[in-house]
Design a protein around this ligand. Sequence first.
Ligand code: SF4
Length: 310
Amino acid sequence: MSRPDRKDNRALTRVSDFVSDGLARPDDAHDLEQVAAGFKLRMTGAMRDAVQGAGDPVAAQFVPDARELVERPEQMADPIGDDTFRAAPGLTHRYPDRVILHATHTCEVYCRFCFRREVVGEDGPLGDADLDAALAYIAATPAIWEVILTGGDPLSLSPRRIRAIMDRLSAIPHVDIVRIHTRVPVVAPERITQDMLAALKARPVTYVVVHTNHAQEMTAAARDALARLADAGIPLLSQSVLLKGINDSVTALEDLFRTLIRNRVTPYYLHHCDLAKGTHHFRTTIAEGQALMAALRGRLSGICLPTYVI
Ligand code: SF4
């Protein structure tokens, strides 16, 4: 794509950044400011450089769109029940053997279809008192076998802060597994440093679940970051969201899942797009998702196939 030369690799965070980069139209700026007032904007330099044309599968995930202002009756502020199952500030306990620890509300990118768009982008890392309370709940609940760090994006935290959380989880005997859900290895691969790898290896068993939705996101730098994680002995799984106009075709999903396996990432979940506000334009029907999975089953090795979940 031809776009104005930029002297740096800074993230796009304002409507004017997207307009000056040719990813949004000046005529839409007024509406897009309203969108940004409700859900922050951020697209890393790595993802901006992966865009091949306005509206392509990478751009469509991060460039604000006036359709986000459209609210429909079926949409919800908390579509996956984080608040309903809140056990402590920053801690969701829905199933007996695992909890979700929202270590931060900040992300490296703000995906326009995010199911947590009502809460991410605002508060930054979980405060010390809330973290203490969350860890105290985990320590006092022997049924908790697995702690899922999510956010926001936990790998937007510093290696020092991640190491501190991992060390405290390591001291709780019944926590066997830490799972980290993150976009970072793909959207901000430069954050996978030796310090970050050392922090992640502080636990004996840490799984990293990489969120990625299209093979076009898997740049050379992203593939290198995944290789560093795999070479460090960290098991890698993926989660993707089925997104209308982005990856809702057999060829797009086949390409994504084959690319993941080639990079030692096992496809784990394909999520149906949740009923978050302002996301209707991203949502397929469930029948369409089932038909795509049925078609993929006839074409792809079993190790390439994730589970389609709502
Ligand atoms: S990285 Fe995850 S939590 Fe952050 S905006 Fe994207 S989908 Fe939402």
